[in-house]
Ligand binder design. Structure first.
Ligand SMILES: Cc1cc2nc3c(=O)[nH]c(=O)nc-3n(C[C@H](O)[C@H](O)[C@H](O)COP(=O)(O)O)c2cc1C
Length: 358
């Protein structure tokens, strides 16, 4: 890996391609790199920030830093090793469904570059449980903490949804560090209707009977604040270990020119996502694992989420716009902020605002 930054030269070329093709090209490069041990080692050396103050135990495992990759980037777990080499402290794969499915017709991913935002209507395109489980088996022992984000198939009727989640939990419990129940994607018809107390209670009761692995619940940013907090609390009271807030939004007024389908992510989602996360953290900090995601693109924004109570932050859209140096940049900025504020370890930062505003 050359010491000169290659991203400024590569980005305009990738951005000339349609977004999904560009994603495929970047993925091919990452897969090629992870298959060559010297290149993989060079990437790690360049991008992984390995500094004691950022390390912390979560999900029973020491994470090198609190910057994770959000679900949807590596749906099929094909590039986990390469993504670990890009310096992510944790990689969430999926959403995986029991059976493979193609997702919605293309085009289904759109860039809004001036707003550093994306709109996607992928629809849980993924290789399905069997293929992904095979890949995770071959990856063991994983070089990075892995979350598996799970969802029901589009063809599964709502009354059979619990069975889909149950199959997935059984399949992945021993192959990951945590699971995420996703009922908050805007791109599977009827999925968000499962964001209700009755479904959550019954699913989590079943799930915690199957595995002792942490199970988190991913929230939509389009719930009103009180509903989001109540659902998060019901999930935790029913046995969930924590909450991931948030998924993409279908509040299209946030982005002039947005399509009227799919979910928005990136900068336009930032404040909406933060409001939900902050409200949930006020209620659940100290009682649950809290993961903040939505519009995070800098050390300063990660710092705000950590202080609000996040054990882990996740990124997706900023990786598309800022390229492979993103995790390193955020981690280096976090280290600078910690030094400036006199924090010796990331544990002192997490929830610092919660102690001030109970
Ligand atoms: C193209 C794309 C695909 C996504 N696929 C999934 C998915 O399969 N499951 C999921 O839980 N979230 C998915 N997400 C949502 C992200 O995990 C994340 O919650 C959201 O994009 C907000 O973070 P960001 O602003 O950093 O992108 C997807 C996002 C994008 C942009």
């Amino acid at each position: 890996m050359p010491a000169v930054p290659v991203w400024p030269a590569v980005r305009p070329l990738l951005f000339r391609l349609d977004p999904e093709t560009a994603h495929g090209v970047a993925f091919c490069a990452l897969r090629a790199a992870q298959a060559l041990p010297p290149l993989d080692a060079a990437l790690r050396k360049r991008f992984l920030v390995d500094a004691a103050p950022l390390r912390r135990t979560l999900f029973g495992r020491e994470l090198p830093n609190p910057v994770g990759l959000a679900a949807g980037f590596d749906k099929d777990a094909v590039a986990v090793r390469g993504l670990a080499a890009l310096g992510f402290g944790c990689v969430e794969i999926g959403t995986v469904t029991p059976r493979p499915q193609p997702g919605n017709p293309r085009p289904r991913l759109f860039r809004f570059s001036p707003a550093e935002s994306l709109q996607n209507a992928m629809g849980f395109n993924n290789a399905g449980l069997e293929a992904v489980r095979g890949r995770l088996r071959r990856l063991q022992p994983s070089p990075v903490a892995i979350g598996v984000n799970i969802g029901k198939n589009k063809a599964t009727p709502p009354e059979a949804a619990t069975a889909d989640y149950e199959i997935l939990i059984r399949a992945f419990a021993d192959l990951c560090d945590y699971l995420v129940v996703n009922v908050s994607s805007p791109n599977t018809p009827g999925l968000r209707d499962l964001q209700n107390e009755t479904f959550l209670r019954s699913l989590l009761r079943t799930a915690t009977g199957i595995t002792g692995r942490p199970i988190l619940f991913k929230l939509s940013p389009d719930l009103d604040l009180a509903d989001a907090v109540r659902l998060a609390e019901v999930a935790v009271d029913s046995g969930a270990s924590g909450v991931v807030a948030t998924n993409t939004t279908n509040d299209y007024a946030l982005l002039p020119g947005a399509k009227d389908f799919g979910g928005l992510s990136g900068r336009v989602l930032r404040e909406k996502s933060f409001r939900i996360f902050d409200a949930v953290a006020r209620r659940l900090f100290g009682r649950a694992v809290l993961v903040s995601v939505g519009g995070i693109d800098s050390g300063a924004e990660a710092w705000r989420r950590l202080r609000a109570g996040a054990d882990l932050v996740q990124v997706y859209t900023a990786l598309v716009y800022q390229g492979p140096g993103l995790a390193r940049r955020i981690n280096e900025e976090l280290l600078e902020l910690m030094e400036r504020e006199g924090a010796k370890g990331i544990g002192e930062v997490i929830g610092a605002d919660r102690t001030l505003t109970p």
